[in-house]
Structures are given as structure tokens and as C-alpha cells.
Design a protein around this ligand. Structure first.
Ligand SMILES: Nc1ncnc2c1ncn2[C@@H]1O[C@H](COP(=O)(O)OP(=O)(O)OP(=O)(O)O)[C@@H](O)[C@H]1O
Ligand SMILES: [Mg+2]
Length: 248
């Protein structure tokens, strides 16, 4: 079943076209990648599915509902079913990990502080952080721990879809692989659908079920790694060569 779908979507900033009538679809329960060069429009396209960038033309659908044309009430319901970890997903530096993770609950639920703390603590542990890290402040965390805390914050409303913009950027190779493993575990245990922007070759080969590649305002490819190998001209040839040379 399709959980997200873009149909003939065009976007621009101040008259400069970024996407020219592109279509894609994300199936429920898959890890779907957004690939393309820097500035090709990966973040912008992902934002059309988060109510952060309205398309000039075309439709974006969440479980078949036209996201941008739905009544406000439906739009708010859809928003609450998505979690986001931004590319430069900064935590609030003046708040502890526990409070950072709980912000959405404070904003959108009528739960008491102790209930919020309890739920936040659940997610802190779910993303592999120790209980003791809950009282730490962002400046006291390693890069990998910050990413995990940001992930817990994105998950705290139990979303159906998780958007990740370069979850591995800035992480060392070991932490990157741990992040990949965590994303797969979350998908498997929570039944999440994950849409992620990534440049990371290992993530691309190892955890993406399907992906799209943006090139020159269009989608140059949508499908799986198995399908891309059958193309006459492989748009990921460089990545394949790199991988071969590194002995994988
Ligand atoms: N708010 C904005 N206002 C004007 N132009 C923007 C805005 N956001 C992005 N752009 C432009 O749109 C284009 C696509 O940007 P986008 O951030 O979507 O690319 P990206 O593929 O995510 O790049 P990167 O890999 O570097 O994160 C770029 O040329 C960028 O300068
Ligand atoms: Mg980006």
C-alpha cells in the first residue's frame, strides 16, 4: 500500500524552478531514499510531504488524501502522524535531553508532566540512549548521541512516517552503521515507513528498499538497487565503482 505519493509535483523558489513535474511513491513499511547531488532539491522535495514547502503544481498524497487540499483539521491530523529529523536537526541547547524529547507532547497533548517524562524516557531508551543521558544537556552529548536524541524527539508522537534528512552526516563510520541498524530496527519493530535523504554509500546499498534520484529538476530513477543494475546507463555507476574498490 502506498503511504505517500507525489503526482506531477513542481516546486520553485522566487521563480527559480527546482522540480519540474516529478512523481514518486513510498510504500508502507519501506525505507525509501532521496538521492541526488548537493542542491538538487532533496530537502525541498521532502518538505512538500511535511507541509513546509507548498508545490506550485501537482498533488502530494498521504494515505490517499491530498495533503495540501485537505481541510485544516485533516492537515493537522496528518502532521501529527509524521516525525522529522532535520538535516541540521539541532536540539534546544537550554533543555535537557528529556525535555527536548518531550517538546511535542507538551505542545500537542494534554498529558501531565510526569506522563510526558515517562513517554519521553521510553523513547530515549528505544533509540539506544541510556536512562542517565536524560538529564544531560546537548553540549554534553557526542554527535551520535545528539542524533539519537533528535530521533527520539521525532518519534515521541508515535508517527507512521519518519522523515530523516541525512541522519548519518557528521557521524564517524561506526556511528553511521549503528544509526542504520537503529533505523532498520525502528522500521521492523514499529512498522514505520521511513523517508530519508542520504549521501552515505553504505546506507544506500544496505538499508534502502527503494529510492529516487533527482537530476536536473526531474526524477532520473525510482526503484530498487536490483532494478538499477539492469539499466544500460547506471546513474549510480560511480557509487558502484567506489564500493567495488573498497572491497564490498
Ligand atoms: N528557502 C529557500 N529559498 C530559496 N531557495 C532555496 C530555499 N531552500 C532551498 N533553496 C534552493 O533550492 C535548491 C535545492 O535546495 P535543497 O536544499 O532542496 O537541496 P538538497 O538536494 O537538499 O541539497 P543538500 O544535499 O546540499 O542538502 C538549491 O539551489 C537551494 O539554494
Ligand atoms: Mg538537503
Amino acid at each position: 500500500m502506498k503511504i505517500l505519493e507525489g503526482i506531477n509535483v513542481s516546486t520553485s523558489y522566487g521563480g527559480r524552478i527546482i522540480h519540474d513535474s516529478v512523481s514518486w511513491s513510498v510504500k508502507s513499511g519501506e525505507i525509501y531514499g532521496f538521492l541526488g547531488g548537493s542542491g538538487s532539491g532533496k530537502t525541498t522535495l521532502m518538505k512538500t510531504m511535511m507541509y513546509l514547502k507548498k508545490p506550485d503544481l501537482g498533488e502530494v498524497k498521504f494515505e490517499g488524501k491530498n495533503m495540501w487540499q485537505s481541510p485544516l483539521k485533516t492537515q493537522n491530523e496528518i502532521k501529527l502522524q509524521t516525525g522529522v529529523m532535520f538535516q541540521f536537526g539541532a536540539l534546544f541547547s537550554s533543555m535537557s535531553v528529556l525535555d527536548n524529547v518531550g517538546v511535542m507532547l507538551k505542545e500537542y497533548s494534554a498529558l501531565s508532566q510526569s506522563q510526558i517524562d515517562e513517554i519521553s524516557m521510553f523513547w530515549i531508551q528505544k533509540v539506544g540512549l541510556k536512562k542517565e543521558s536524560a538529564t544531560l544537556y546537548p553540549a554534553e552529548l557526542s554527535g551520535g548521541m545528539k542524533k539519537r536524541a533528535a530521533l527520539a524527539r521525532a518519534l515521541v508522537l508515535s508517527p507512521k512516517v519518519l522523515f530523516l534528512d541525512e541522519p548519518n552526516s557528521g557521524l564517524d563510520p561506526v556511528s553511521s552503521r549503528q544509526m542504520d541498524t537503529l533505523v532498520c530496527e525502528l522500521r521492523d519493530t514499529l512498522g514505520l515507513s521511513v523517508v530519508m535523504v542520504t549521501h552515505d554509500a553504505d546506507s544506500i546499498f544496505d538499508i534502502l528498499d527503494r529510492f529516487l534520484i533527482i537530476e536536473n529538476k526531474k526524477i532520473a530513477f525510482e526503484g530498487s538497487m536490483g532494478e538499477i543494475k539492469n539499466l544500460k546507463v547506471n546513474p549510480l555507476q560511480e557509487l558502484f565503482d567506489m564500493r567495488k574498490n573498497s572491497g564490498k
